[in-house]
Design a protein. Structure first.
Length: 371
């Protein structure tokens, strides 16, 4: 059976790609050939290597990526690709309704037997435009997709109207490799030493694409006040890259925080750096159920996150939800209260909640094979 994991965005180092990589790596692939596809580009060679290790290929169609703009330019090359390659299953991953619709229609026209559309993201507040797009999209998806899935209830509600789809939306939990993300004291010491961070310093961490959604500018404001209250002894680790990074770097420089804010870029060993952190902070404007949040919990980290993130992230002890208020004092106080409260039982709690990637992989494989 030939499976295509298709992405609505470039393949880089985001949560969707990370989820699929972990999913397929932990799946029983007997009888399966799994390929990856993006209509745009891949700037992470590790995904090429991993896909090749499965016996699959990673394909880029090299279309221009225009966030927020029209996606219809991908229709012709995508249709041609799907007609030239025979897939039994196409699993589409995106936070965009239009992408889910476009991929489903193109795959159906190409004769794909089973099409899964997977919502990985919520939206920011109520929007009439989103209601219209979601309604129209569900009408089209009803005729062109077979399985509707999401990472959380919030992500499902953001992209689908179940009664128009004609069937319920399946929630595939963002399971993680609990052994891989377990806290490693040796990595904590080694990485802090490499970064010039004292062993007893408070280290705040964040993993995510530099984008409007992730709200790094708010995080810098929080850290600036935290640093003042800690007498300049705190450090902030930022893992990721993206379009807002230059503006965030400028903000850091204007506040004189260059020595304490570490821009680490995209990394393939995020789990090691989670061990070096004391508190994980996620001030996103909106999310479905962020995989990085689950990974941070797996590492035993206390998590301070915005109310724009699904409450479904509250899986372990030590998760706090705060509003994105103008006054950041609550964030600073909560970070300090949670410092030193790493959770030694997070793996058991996540496993009990079903957030083990082995469980998710077995569930998705069953859907792929179900005729």
């Amino acid at each position: 059976m030939r499976i295509l994991e298709a992405f609505g965005e470039p393949i880089s180092n985001g949560g969707q790609e990370s989820f699929v990589r972990s999913l397929i790596s932990h799946m029983d692939r007997a009888g399966l050939t799994v390929d990856l596809l993006t209509p745009y580009y891949c700037d992470n060679d590790r995904y090429r290597e991993v896909t090749a290790s499965w016996g699959g290929t990673l394909t880029e169609l090299h279309e221009t990526f225009n966030p927020g703009g029209s996606r219809f330019g991908i229709v012709k090359p995508l249709t041609a690709y799907l007609k030239d390659h025979s897939y039994d299953v196409v699993h589409v991953h995106s936070g965009s309704i239009s992408i889910l619709v476009i991929f489903a229609v193109c795959a159906r026209r190409a004769g794909v037997k089973k099409i899964l559309v997977h919502s990985h993201c919520a939206i920011e507040g109520f929007s009439l435009k989103n209601v219209i797009l979601k309604t129209l999209g569900s009408l089209v998806l009803h005729k062109n997709a077979d399985v509707f899935c999401a990472c959380s209830e919030v992500a499902a509600k953001a992209k689908f109207v179940p009664w128009l789809l004609g069937k319920p939306v399946r929630i595939f939990k963002n399971g993680v490799d609990l052994k891989r993300f377990a806290f490693q004291p040796d990595f904590r010491s080694a990485l802090r030493n490499n970064l010039g961070i004292p062993e007893d310093a408070l280290v705040v961490g964040h993993v995510g694409r530099f984008s409007y959604q992730k709200n790094h500018e708010y995080l810098i404001r929080v850290f600036d006040q935290l640093q003042k209250e800690r007498g300049g002894t705190a450090h902030l680790l930022l893992i990721g890259a993206g379009e807002t990074e230059p503006a965030v770097r400028e903000q850091v420089a204007n506040l004189g925080l260059q020595e304490s804010v570490h821009f680490l870029g995209t990394l393939d060993n995020v789990q090691d750096y989670l061990s070096a952190m004391d508190v994980f902070v996620l001030p996103s404007r909106y999310e479905g159920l962020p995989l990085v949040g689950v990974e941070a919990e797996a590492a035993g980290l206390p998590v301070v996150t915005s109310t724009g993130v699904s409450r479904e992230l509250d899986l372990c002890d030590g998760v706090r939800f705060l509003p994105l208020s103008e006054d950041v004092s609550d964030w600073v106080r909560t970070i300090q209260e949670l410092t030193g409260t790493r959770n030694d039982h997070s793996a058991e709690q996540l496993n009990a909640a079903g957030y083990n990637i082995d469980l998710t992989a077995a569930e998705v494989r069953e859907v792929y094979l179900d005729s």
